[in-house]
Design a protein around this ligand. Sequence first.
Ligand code: NAD
Length: 486
Amino acid sequence: MKEIKHFINGEYVAGIDGRWFDDINPANGQKIARVAEGGAAEIDQAVRAARAALKGEWGTMPVERRMALLHKVADGINARFEEFLQAECLDTGKPRSMASHIDIPRGAANFKVFADLVKNVPTEAFAMDTPDGTGALNYTVRKPKGVIGVISPWNLPLLLMTWKVGPALACGNTVVVKPSEESPHTAALLGEVMNDAGIPKGVYNVVHGFGPNSAGEALTRHSGVDGITFTGETRTGTAIMKAAAEGIRDVSFELGGKNAAIVFAEADMDKAIEGTLRSAFANCGQVCFGTERVYVHRSRFDEFVSRLKEGVENLKMGWYDDPTVNFGPLISKEHRDKVLSYYHKAVEDGATVVTGGGIPEMEGELAEGAWVQPTIWTGLSEDSAVIREEIFGPCCHVTPFDSEDEVIALANNTAYGLAATFWTENLTQAHRVAPQLEAGLIWVNSWFLRDLRTAFGGSKQSGIGREGGTHGLDFYTELSNVCVKL
Ligand code: NAD
């Protein structure tokens, strides 16, 4: 049986009190590894190592050298691409086609992109007048924030974890990562890559465990952590923010969503169907900016629903290694229970089930996995919990609309503000509608098209702050203003 240990100060270590938990493959319910379970003691060791590393070689390393090492980390991931891919697919059950195109390449890119970006950030300077006429010069010095706590989810494990570790290290910080208990594999593997690349000990640390009363909570409460960057549920964000309030520690949050897609009368229907099949069903619907509410102009409603149904019924479920498979299981049976509770609620609230709505019949060992049918509903009123709450499963509800103003109000009628997607070939309409949508990420005629130099994050209850490009610098660094009297 494989063992996944903590990675502290450049070494793999078991927990202090020898506790372990199981890593389960959600495709067949089988145990794939036992994972060291950390708590306050292991977090303390990791934070101490990270603090010490700030004072060591890493803290005085010339920027060029630091950037070269981060490039080596990216190259190291790419050199072990297949190993990372297998680890990610076993932890999550996601199809190889997805992990090989998105998760692993982006995991590597996150180190290169932020190394290159940070190297080229200019500093601010202001010449000012003084009463005696000599003047003064102000300039800013950007310093690392210190030790960054990184808490990441299971839906895109390597991608979302490195999305934070990449900029944190590029800015000269050190990190303590608490990966999701559902997907500990790739964070652990990255430790070997860090060592091989020559990243000094203590710069990258990983402690496995759970959230409340476990490693996650301990990380948020440790006084040696200077900032906490978190991706996960909005409710968890609330708990972390309370913990971070002690010691006034900074937070950066990428949280949940209940994202709308709008299909206008002038949409290219081929593109809208292809895009919605991805936005609602890719990664078994477990993408933070995935679509769970679709609003379609009444003139195109029937056409949209019947074509989306056809597309959904052609999705192929199965073992991740089959190259024809494009639909995997949910992350766990517990998560399936949550998703199924919404499937039942939809029926109770009077939905028409266009397709799906239950558990599919899987053959052989896959029958023990966390499979669920991709599902489309129509007919619910806007106050149903199915329309209001994040489900995080492969499902969407489709509602007809009549006017642009009406659909903008419907799309914005949510506590969340992560993403919105709309489809129209009318350029004027596109530019008129986009700024009216209350979301941090707005896609027109596309979905999940990402340029890593751009701002990423959500408004309302979907997050605090923006990461991506240079937008995360205010979180990952501290600015000192130097005023020099001339
Ligand atoms: P989660 O909040 O349950 O867990 C995320 C991480 O937080 C895990 O590592 C978990 O162990 C840890 N955690 C849980 N409780 C904690 C606590 N009290 N203190 C400290 N750490 C704690 O989220 P999840 O189920 O892993 O991921 C799914 C959620 O993530 C969805 O809501 C989804 O929308 C969101 N998400 C958002 C984005 C984004 O960019 N906005 C991206 C991906 C996922």
